[in-house]
Design a protein around this ligand. Structure first.
Ligand SMILES: [Zn+2]
Length: 435
């Protein structure tokens, strides 16, 4: 294996030494080489980082006659390194989270000039301007500790919630299933695996491959190394079994498959997300199919407030009594589901099904429903025939699924929700209480 002595860039130089004495020798060699080649070293930007046990007194390092300062933090090729923390990349995670958040704020500032952007446009901006910071350098420090990567995950989740205009208590899983964006930790792990494939494809005399070989050797001897730093989802034993690029490729596919299974499992086990159960996404020129994670068709509705209304219904982030009386607030206990009654008729639970299909006390809603159904059945004549066989929830799902009528459905949902939201929702249990 080639010994690693230095790494040179067009305007940058990295020298590595395992001992203070070795560094003295290398600095003297550098000084001579620079003199012979008429090169001046920028001494202000030249620093020394010491990893591992610090000896006392600290050795003094010089380049020529100038003393070089020893620091605890430096940015090298865009990656922030520290010598005084357990994880030398801890600050890099925080800095990248900060930058990604600022880039997100700039995207929201664009809306001041353009008006509200649609989820598809926001996804493009996210992938171009935010995601690049969230995945920056992820192949160098694998996410061995959740506490660091969670700073980045928080930025991703906040952005996606704002993209769909849903509140901060909303469930996290639909952010990925409805937009087609991968959870950040999975995305970073897949990138690490793709880099492993790249390194394995290099010849043994390349530095990257030599470093990987050295890491695997260290891991085999239970020493701290890249394979041991990989997240728990990718245990070292699995990695050590990888001998070919094909093995890692198979493992990447498995990680992707497990991610989709996890997303689907979370959706299926959630009572709140019942409108996403058994979802079949409409396909162009063919029948609906199960697509666990993609930019869902209802997010393409052009009128923003209509699209937000249907999103709130599907993800249970609406402000009907079923949801807003679910939470404990101001010291009040959550209201049992059966008591989250309609703000108008006070007879049935105020759910999307009730508001959109079974509520009959308001002439305004009835008229909206008649106009809506007339147009819907013109577009989907089969649905009218199936109505008698479907439960109310199944009917609501059947109305939402077709691509051709989604604009009409979203508009109807917006109009009905506006009627409900115009009247405050009250907790009947509190009204009944003498206090
Ligand atoms: Zn009612």
């Amino acid at each position: 294996m080639r010994p690693f002595r230095s790494r040179s860039w067009p305007d940058d130089l990295l020298i590595v030494s395992l001992s203070a004495r070795g560094l003295h020798v290398k600095l003297a060699t550098l000084r001579t080489w620079c003199s012979n080649n008429f090169i001046l070293v920028n001494l202000v930007k030249t620093i020394i980082l010491i990893y591992g046990k610090i000896v006392s007194p600290l050795p003094i390092f010089r380049l020529g006659t100038t003393r070089i300062s020893v620091k605890t933090e430096e940015k090298y090729v865009g990656v922030i390194l520290r010598t005084d923390t357990q994880n030398m990349f801890a600050d890099h995670y925080k800095a990248k989270a900060r930058t990604a958040r600022q880039c997100g704020h700039r995207i929201w500032a664009i809306e001041d000039m353009t008006g509200r952007l649609r989820p598809k446009e926001l996804k493009q901006l996210y992938m171009a301007r935010v995601d690049c910071h969230l995945i920056h350098g992820c192949e160098i420090p694998p996410d061995s500790e959740d506490m660091h990567v969670k700073h980045l995950c928080k930025v991703q989740i906040n952005f996606l919630r704002q993209m769909l205009n849903i509140h901060r208590h909303s469930m996290i899983v639909p952010l990925f299933t409805e937009t087609g964006i991968k959870p950040l930790q999975v995305c970073r792990l897949l990138l690490v695996l793709s880099h492993l494939m790249h390194w394995l494809g290099r010849s043994n005399d390349m530095y990257a491959r030599a470093a990987l070989n050295s890491s695997i050797e260290l891991a085999a001897n239970s020493k701290k190394s890249l394979p041991q730093e990989l997240p728990f989802q990718c245990p070292i034993l699995v990695l050590m079994m990888f001998t070919t690029i094909g093995d890692i490729e198979d493992y990447s596919k498995l990680v992707h498959k497990l991610m989709l299974e996890w997303l689907q499992g979370e959706i299926d086990s959630s009572e709140k997300l019942y409108l996403l159960h058994d979802h079949r996404e409409p396909q162009k020129d063919k029948g609906p199919a199960q697509v666990i994670s993609c930019m869902q068709h209802y997010l393409m509705v052009k009128t923003q407030k209509h699209q937000e209304a249907i999103t709130s219904i599907k993800l249970s982030t609406h402000l009907l009594a079923l949801e807003i009386l679910r939470y404990v607030n101001h010291g009040n206990q959550p209201v049992p589901r059966s008591d989250r009654l309609c703000r108008f008729c006070r007879k049935e639970v105020e759910s999307p099904e009730h508001a959109l299909i079974t509520y009959t006390s308001s002439d305004e809603v009835l008229q909206l429903r008649v106009i809506f159904l007339e147009r819907l059945f013109t577009d989907l004549p089969d649905l009218q025939c199936q109505m008698a066989e479907l439960s109310i929830t199944e009917l609501l799902k059947a109305i939402i699924y077709p691509r051709s009528s989604i604009t009409l459905v979203a508009k109807f949902m917006y109009q009905v929700l506006e009627v409900f939201y115009a009247v405050p929702c009250t907790n009947l249990m509190l009204e009944a209480s003498p206090d």
